[in-house]
Design a protein around this ligand. Structure first.
Ligand SMILES: Nc1ncnc2c1ncn2[C@@H]1O[C@H](COP(=O)(O)OP(=O)(O)OP(=O)(O)O)[C@@H](O)[C@H]1O
Length: 321
């Protein structure tokens, strides 16, 4: 992933982080409900679940800004649950924040990112801490998968599911930032950024920033040069060759993607998964491909060798011919 911004320049994901809920792109229903809580001054504990880079932290910060205005920093604590120093440190920080004196507000907000990184025991400890301080603290927990959060916490929170952002939400934001930065970007360049991002706004903005320093105009070429993403046509060709039984040709494309273009195995799987239904395959072929993608994805999460697993996937497709 090209997540590191070019050195010496301001990071655009921070520069263009929406300052209020109304500026958040997409997630209209979620934003509306959050605005209602604020209007009614009745914020419950919240659990934000969803993939990376779609606005969970942004919404939590925007809530704090809307409730506390210029005093938001004193009344908002952001913690990362995967802090390697452990749940005890996290709990101590929660306690000292919740106990320190108040500036005229009924409650403060604690945002706990990556709550699903906590073990169930640590989550039970967190739950007790939440109970202890719920009279003067509201928790916003953020996670990728709500299923990894223990039931007693889930039942104390209102759960919001953030989806990957729609293409037009990402395209709109990219256009705005490009305009503000005076960057010329072609329509195909925007489409490529949107495709490479796969619903992740952070990645789209970081890729735009990286592409912006490469050339005068950001086009499809510049984007694929920096985005660590294969062109959709390359992935499709690889799959079609394997399905036609030409394993060696398919393998050679895979080799180019992994070695020359430096694309990670799990990104290739992710791209494949997103496009299965666009290849015009018969239903049986598409279902078989999906089955193999699932198997390979699972093995990669267990730490299996990506080259071996991807080659095995192609071999399986070639044998099914
Ligand atoms: N819905 C959105 N509208 C506008 N900008 C967004 C949106 N979502 C993300 N961004 C941009 O991407 C950056 C990262 O988003 P954010 O930190 O909110 O992601 P997140 O969902 O909390 O991800 P993670 O789970 O990795 O913490 C923001 O600073 C902002 O610039």
């Amino acid at each position: 992933m090209s997540d590191a911004p070019p050195q010496g320049r301001e990071v655009w994901i921070e520069k263009y982080r929406p300052g209020s809920l109304s500026e958040v792109a997409g997630h209209e229903t979620i934003v509306q409900r959050l605005e209602n809580y604020i209007e009614q001054n009745d914020l419950p504990h919240l659990l934000f679940a969803g993939p990376a880079g779609v606005g969970k932290t942004t919404c939590a910060v925007a809530i704090a800004k809307e409730i506390y205005g210029e005093h938001w920093r004193e009344n908002f604590l952001e913690l990362n649950a995967s802090d390697e120093r452990g749940i005890d440190v996290v709990r101590d920080r929660i306690k000292s924040f919740a106990r320190s004196s108040f500036g005229g507000y009924d409650y403060r907000v604690i945002f706990l990112d990556e709550a699903d990184a906590l073990t169930s025991d640590a989550q039970s400890a967190l739950r007790r801490t939440m109970e202890q301080f719920s009279h003067n603290t509201r928790f916003i927990l953020s996670c990728n998968y709500s299923s990894k959060i223990i039931d007693p916490i889930q039942s104390r929170c209102t759960v919001f599911r953030f989806s990957p952002l729609a293409d037009d939400a990402i395209a709109g934001q990219i256009r705005q930032i490009a305009d503000a930065e005076g960057i010329e970007i072609t329509k195909a360049g925007i489409d490529a950024l949107v495709y490479a991002a796969g619903g992740d706004m952070r990645k789209a903005i970081n890729d735009l920033q990286a592409a912006g320093v490469v050339g005068e105009t950001v086009d499809e070429e510049t984007v694929y040069d920096i985005a660590s993403t294969a062109r959709p046509e390359e992935i499709e060709e690889m799959v079609q060759l394997a399905l036609a039984g030409d394993f060696m040709a398919a393998r050679s494309i895979l080799e180019t993607l992994l070695t020359e273009e430096g694309i990670a195995g799990d990104d290739i799987i992710d791209q494949l998964h997103r496009s299965v239904w666009e290849y015009g395959l018969g239903e049986r072929e598409a279902v078989q491909l999906m089955d193999r993608i699932g198997e390979t994805d699972y093995r990669l999460t267990l730490g299996a060798n990506e080259r071996v697993q991807l080659e095995a996937l192609l071999a399986g497709l070639a044998l099914d011919e």
